[in-house]
Structure formats: structure tokens, C-alpha cells
Design a protein around this ligand. Structure first.
Ligand SMILES: Nc1ncnc2c1ncn2[C@@H]1O[C@H](COP(=O)(O)OP(=O)(O)OP(=O)(O)O)[C@@H](O)[C@H]1O
Ligand SMILES: [Mg+2]
Length: 361
């Protein structure tokens, strides 16, 4: 259920089995922001280990460093922290950094890995003073576990129920002062009482291209390869604002340079590699283009419901909603209205199609 994890350790990610919905096979596309198990191992080597190493997200970084410094100053565990944002932006990385900065170990579990409240009670009661408990995909916790977590987070106590029926009684068990770090790709699904128990919520947003250039350059250094600045920019601008994708594209460009190029990571290699992998200049991949094409050609630009759209392209609605949509909406390539998803002028243009006369935005 929960694995002990030394935050200084490279390699193992400490992921509980079945800990992330993003392990699903539908996520093997080059620009999907989710990661497979194999990829998680490759990522571990590139993970920043300290707040200073963590590129971009200045606001969250500043806020978090205040929370951590204050706690360290008081010699006490900090408030519980909630991290929200699309896949691949650094939630797990930050959780590991929090433990490392506090100099404590990190326990890792996840909403889907906890089947029963008793599972969570077992994890909680085995925590040591000051430890960080990372709960990934916290919006997927089962209801009874969630209720147990409220009490644990607020009062540092779990009630162990002994016996059944009328004779059952609850024996309170006190817990050490721990810090819960929750991560979610869907903050909107968290019930308010749970959200309220986090003293600090950091929302991670897509990265600016300049920050991604730093991510790519830093990762190239760790991989021991030289990359020309133009190549780093090219990769950054096609990475959908997501460090995980930037690192993945970097590895593919490195492969291309090694196999088909002269080993140099330059602009020509970056362009050629990304063409092979069908990542377009704005970072859209086949699924994105399929969604947009269906929206325009099958549904005349919408509005169309998300699940209808997802079925049309043969994907799970959740994949389309968490992986494709946030980026497309941010890029102005898709609009959300109360009646469904709509194409924008930009969508038609990007696909090289002629918009209907009444398309205004
Ligand atoms: N700010 C950053 N600076 C440098 N690298 C980063 C940064 N954020 C993320 N990365 C890189 O991106 C990869 C993915 O990050 P991470 O696993 O923390 O994402 P996540 O938000 O937990 O995603 P998911 O929702 O899928 O669990 C990491 O391996 C790390 O190397
Ligand atoms: Mg994660």
C-alpha cells in the first residue's frame, strides 16, 4: 500500500502497484502527458531534488519555500499541502522535494491503491513523527477512507472500530504529527471538507517556453549530451507546456541524432525527429488532431458533449478531458461552453479548414 522511500535515492519511484490511472495503455503516445511505468524510471534520473533545482512555477515555489522554511524554523511539521494541475507538471517531483527539504522520509500511496478505510488506517498508524505521506490521485480515494483522512489530518487521530453491530466501539488511536501531501489532476472533484484541511494549495500551471528550454538543457546535461540552444527551443515549443513531454521529446531527438544523424542535437535533428513522431509545430499529436478534426468535420464545430467527442476518436472521456483538453483550451484551439465543446476560428485555421460563416471567435 505505502512504500518507504528515501527522497535522496535515485531510481525507484516508490510507486504503489496500480497507483496511477496514467499507467493505462492509452497513454503511450509521445505527447501524452501521462507516463508509463518504464518511463517513470527514466524520469527519476531527471527529477529535480531541491526547490532550487525545480525550474519555473515561481509563485508555487515561493509560497512553498515560505511554508517549509517557517516549519523548519519552528522545528515542527508544516501544514498539509495539496498540489493540483494537469499530468506531468511536477506534482510528484514537488512532493519528493518537500520531504527532501524537510529532511524526512516520504511514504507514497494513492487514492486507487487504498481500497478500504482500514488500508489507510494501517498506513497512517505506521507513520513516524514528521514524515510526509504522499497521496497521489487523492480525488480517487473511497468515501470511508476520505472520512478517516479528515480526522487524521485535523486531529492526528484514527478511530479503530472494534467489534460489530450494536456492540461495536471506536478506540481512538493517536498519530504522530505528519504532513499529508495530496496530488490531483482534478481538484474540482475533491470534496470541500477534504480540500479545506490542506493549509496550502499549490496550483501548477503549464510552463512558459523559456522555462521548458531550461528543463531541456538541464536534462540534456544530466543525460550527458550537448544540445544546441535552437534545438532546445524547438523541443520546448512543441512540449505543450509540460516538462514530462519536454524530457520525452529530448530522448527521442537524442535517439534520432544517434541513429540517423551525426550524433549532434541541433535544430535539424530536432525537426526531423519530431516529424517522425508526428508532433506538429504547436506540439499537437495525433489524438489532439483527431479530437479537433472530429469536432470540426463530424460536428460542424460543435457544440458537442465531451463523451460523444471522446467516443468518436476512440478514447476514454477522462483521457480527453485531462490530457488533451486543458492544453487545447489554453491554446485557444477549443472552447468550452455550457452546451459542449466548440471549435474556434483558430481550430479551423490550424487544421487548414474553412470555418462556417457564423464562426466569430
Ligand atoms: N519544474 C521542473 N523542473 C524540471 N523538471 C521537471 C519539473 N517538473 C517536472 N519535471 C520533470 O517532469 C517529470 C514529470 O514530473 P512529475 O512526475 O512530478 O509530474 P506529475 O505532476 O506528478 O504528473 P502525474 O499527474 O502524471 O503524476 C519528472 O520526471 C521531472 O523530471
Ligand atoms: Mg505524479
Amino acid at each position: 500500500m505505502a512504500d518507504q522511500l528515501d527522497p535522496e535515492q535515485t531510481g525507484a519511484e516508490g510507486y504503489a502497484v496500480g497507483s496511477s490511472e496514467f499507467d493505462a495503455s492509452g497513454f503511450d503516445r509521445l505527447t501524452s502527458s501521462g507516463a508509463s511505468d518504464i518511463e517513470r524510471a527514466a524520469e527519476a534520473a531527471l527529477r529535480p531534488r531541491s526547490l532550487d533545482d525545480f525550474v519555473g512555477q515561481r509563485v508555487v515555489r515561493d509560497q512553498l519555500s515560505l511554508v517549509l522554511d517557517a516549519a523548519k524554523g519552528r522545528g515542527a511539521a508544516p501544514d498539509h499541502v495539496l498540489l493540483s494541475g494537469p499530468p506531468g507538471l511536477g506534482k510528484t517531483t514537488l512532493a519528493m522535494i518537500i520531504a527532501a527539504e524537510l529532511g524526512v522520509s516520504l511514504r507514497v500511496t494513492s487514492g486507487p491503491a487504498i481500497q478500504h478505510a482500514g488500508d489507510l488506517a494501517a498506513v497512517l498508524s505506521s507513520l513516524d513523527e514528521g514524515e510526509v505521506l504522499f497521496i497521489d490521485e487523492i480525488h480517487r480515494l473511497a468515501r470511508p477512507a476520505e472520512e478517516l483522512l479528515y480526522v487524521a489530518m485535523e486531529d492526528f487521530r484514527v478511530d479503530v472500530v472494534v467489534g460489530k453491530g450494536a456492540g461495536a466501539s471506536a478506540i481512538p488511536l493517536s498519530l504522530p504529527r505528519f504532513t499529508a501531501v495530496g496530488a490531483t489532476t482534478r481538484a474540482g472533484l475533491l470534496p470541500a471538507p477534504l480540500r479545506d484541511r490542506f493549509g496550502f494549495t499549490g496550483h501548477l500551471d503549464f510552463y512558459e517556453a523559456t522555462d521548458l528550454v531550461r528543463v531541456v538543457t538541464r536534462s540534456a546535461g544530466l543525460l550527458g549530451v550537448d544540445i544546441e540552444p535552437e534545438a532546445a527551443s524547438e523541443i520546448a515549443s512543441r512540449s505543450r507546456g509540460t516538462p514530462r513531454i519536454a524530457n520525452r521529446l529530448l530522448r527521442r531527438v537524442r535517439d534520432w541524432a544517434q541513429v540517423r544523424g551525426d550524433g549532434k542535437l541541433n535544430l535539424a535533428a530536432a525537426r526531423a525527429a519530431l516529424e517522425v513522431y508526428e508532433v506538429d509545430p504547436r506540439g499537437l499529436d495525433r489524438l489532439d488532431r483527431a479530437v479537433l478534426t472530429a469536432l470540426c468535420t463530424r460536428f460542424g464545430g460543435g457544440p458537442v458533449g465531451l463523451s460523444t467527442l471522446a467516443i468518436t476518436v476512440g478514447e476514454e472521456p477522462e483521457t480527453v478531458e485531462t490530457v488533451a483538453e486543458p492544453f487545447l483550451v489554453r491554446e485557444g484551439l477549443m472552447g468550452r461552453t455550457p452546451r459542449g465543446r466548440v471549435a474556434t476560428l483558430e481550430t479551423w485555421r490550424h487544421l487548414g479548414l474553412v470555418p462556417p460563416a457564423d464562426t466569430t471567435t
